[in-house]
Design a protein around this ligand. Structure first.
Ligand SMILES: [Zn+2]
Ligand SMILES: [Zn+2]
Length: 313
């Protein structure tokens, strides 16, 4: 049985390179695969491994006082442990970036929204509390699942947040709850809202994944987009699971993500398996899809030019 563990911690890491090497060795020894980012500001990782390996990893990490209070998010992995092609642990300037520049960056240990436990959000719903959910994820992530009534600042990328804050300026004096997959983006995003003068800012503790785990099929509709081979996940009964994603091409309910076959675009969108099959096959790998006819033509022209040059150059 494979599990996927997801966690982050904003804590000062003195020597990210050394921490990176320690992480890499530990994961390698335990046979974990996945992605880790280490920076001076903290650590953010998603790994897949056997239940035992994940357990040992968490025990080892928890023995380190810096990571003793990490909030682990655990879900079922793939059947054969192939959610990630390999193990990668990298040193980066930040574990998530708002592209605010060094002087303006948010340190969540100094400024961040109030943490709201999933059970308290559930209470808000039950008691009819007035609040506004602002989803800090990218647009393609929201296509398969979101909280009802979510406000979405139209982020093509998380880095656009500061630019797009005007779109939610009307919420400055309202109760605002920011949400994202596991909580790591909200630590900074909610901090930015506080700094920009929003008066009553909360962030969903442990992210959407924690809410779904505790209240499957409730309030958050559809599936959660995840950055591994699973693409989407949910905790509710498969029979009762509601698909809110729609095929970009034909509109049928679907959660099947593809990348635009124009590699200069490579945009991520939903395309049902039928639509994909009805497209011309790409070598041995089956059908391919383009976001639109322009992407299709541009890519074909590129290939023609490339082949022409190969032949005659
Ligand atoms: Zn379709
Ligand atoms: Zn495209």
């Amino acid at each position: 049985m494979y599990k996927i563990i997801l966690f982050y911690k904003y804590v000062y890491i003195d020597d990210p390179k050394m921490e990176r090497d320690l992480q890499f060795e530990l994961c390698q020894r335990l046979g974990l695969k996945g992605r880790g980012i280490v920076a001076n500001e903290g650590i953010n990782c998603t790994f897949e491994g056997t239940s035992e390996a994940c357990g040992e990893y968490m025990a080892t990490m928890s023995a380190d006082p810096r990571f003793a209070d990490v909030h682990w998010k655990i879900s079922d992995g793939t059947l054969d442990g192939t959610a990630f092609p390999r193990l990668s642990v990298k040193v980066r300037p930040e574990i998530v970036s708002l592209h605010l520049g060094n002087d303006e960056d948010i340190n969540p240990n100094e400024i961040t929204g109030k943490h709201l436990k999933p059970a308290d959000l559930q209470k808000w719903y039950e008691e009819g509390e007035e609040f506004h959910i602002v989803d800090m994820r990218n647009d393609y992530e929201l296509k398969v699942g979101k909280f009802e009534g979510t406000i979405f600042p139209e982020l093509n990328n998380f880095r656009d947040l500061k630019k797009n804050l005007k779109k939610i300026e009307n919420l400055k004096n309202k109760k605002v709850l920011t949400v994202c997959t596991g909580g790591v983006r909200c630590e900074k995003a909610s901090g930015l809202l506080v700094r920009e003068g929003f008066k009553d800012v909360y962030q969903l503790d442990g992210g959407i994944v924690s809410y779904m785990e505790q209240f499957p099929g409730k309030d958050f509709k559809g599936s959660l987009y995840v950055f591994d081979k699973r693409n989407t996940m949910h905790f509710d009964d498969p029979e009762a699971h509601e698909i809110i994603g729609k095929c970009d091409k034909c509109g049928v309910p679907s959660e099947h993500y593809v990348n635009c076959a124009n590699l200069f675009c490579h945009d991520h969108f939903i395309c049902c398996e039928d639509c994909l099959e009805s497209n011309p096959p790409n070598h041995k790998s089956g059908g391919v899809a383009y976001c639109n006819w322009k992407c299709n033509i541009k890519w074909k022209l590129y290939l023609l030019k490339k082949n022409f040059l190969k032949k005659f150059a």
